[in-house]
Design a protein. Structure first.
Length: 256
């Protein structure tokens, strides 16, 4: 993990005060019994947010951190079915998600590609085509096909390179920050075309904020915070087919 994360340590200027997390060994194998041995199971992580404290429980890990105090704790179980690296990385993802939200940004479950110095964001539910789109891109550098960090910088929204690359492993990890060109809600289709966005695009964006979305019904002010962060950034639909380059359609939409 130290090797994977090393290129990104200290690369985001103005990142704020770090979290100080104590790690302790728990006298249990698991906090949630995993179903990996008997069946394929979507990774489970239970979350709660109250009084500025975020708490989570997964298979080998139980954690909390206080955003204001910048303190927290991880209890790590010893069960072999959930590798420690995966458990710890999920904690780091949750911490990044809430720290970004606090700063006026967010962590998006979406693919991101840097082209001509700008970041293009592609999102949608599982199966929408994020990994497919990243793999078929003929131009630019793929930051991730899974998670992308968005932060406010100088009155604009930027995408930051990070270690959460998902299944995409080609090329060197992207380091740095890049102004956001637009958000594209993905739709698989038999044609490749860009359509104007609508309010549903923003609603779908909210549904793709991991570790945060489950808390939105009880903390609606967070929705306003996300809305403010994307103000002025274009939202569009990208209908695409797997055998056709999608960049000409994006270029035409930006021109028109």
């Amino acid at each position: 993990m130290a090797q994977i994360y090393a290129p990104f340590i200290g690369t985001v200027s103005g990142a704020g005060r770090p979290l100080r997390i104590a790690v302790v060994a728990a006298p249990v194998d698991y906090f949630l019994a995993p179903g990996f041995a008997e069946r394929t199971e979507i990774y489970r992580m239970l979350t709660a947010y109250e009084g500025g404290v975020f708490r989570s429980v997964s298979y080998r890990l139980a954690s909390w951190f206080d955003l204001a105090r910048r303190r927290g704790q991880i209890a790590l179980g010893s069960g072999p079915l959930d590798p420690a690296r995966r458990a710890l990385e999920n904690f780091l993802r949750s911490a990044v998600a809430w720290l970004a939200l606090e700063q006026g940004g967010f962590l998006l479950h979406g693919a991101s590609i840097i082209r001509n110095g700008r970041a293009f964001l592609f999102y949608g539910p599982s199966g929408a085509g994020k990994s497919t789109l990243a793999a078929m891109s003929t131009e630019g550098r793929v930051v991730s096909d899974d998670l992308t960090l968005l932060l406010p910088r100088a009155g604009a929204l930027v995408a930051a390179g990070g270690p959460f690359r998902g299944t995409y492993t080609q090329g060197e990890p992207v380091v740095g920050t890049f102004p956001v060109a637009g958000f594209y809600r993905l739709r698989k289709d038999d044609q490749t075309i860009v359509r104007a966005g609508d309010d549903a695009c923003f609603a779908d964006l909210l549904g793709n904020l991991p570790f945060v979305v489950d808390q939105l019904p009880r903390h609606s002010h967070l929705i306003d915070r996300v809305r403010a962060s994307v103000a002025g950034t274009p939202f569009r639909y990208l209908h695409f087919r797997r055998d056709r380059d999608f960049w000409p359609a994006l270029d035409a939409a930006e021109r028109g």
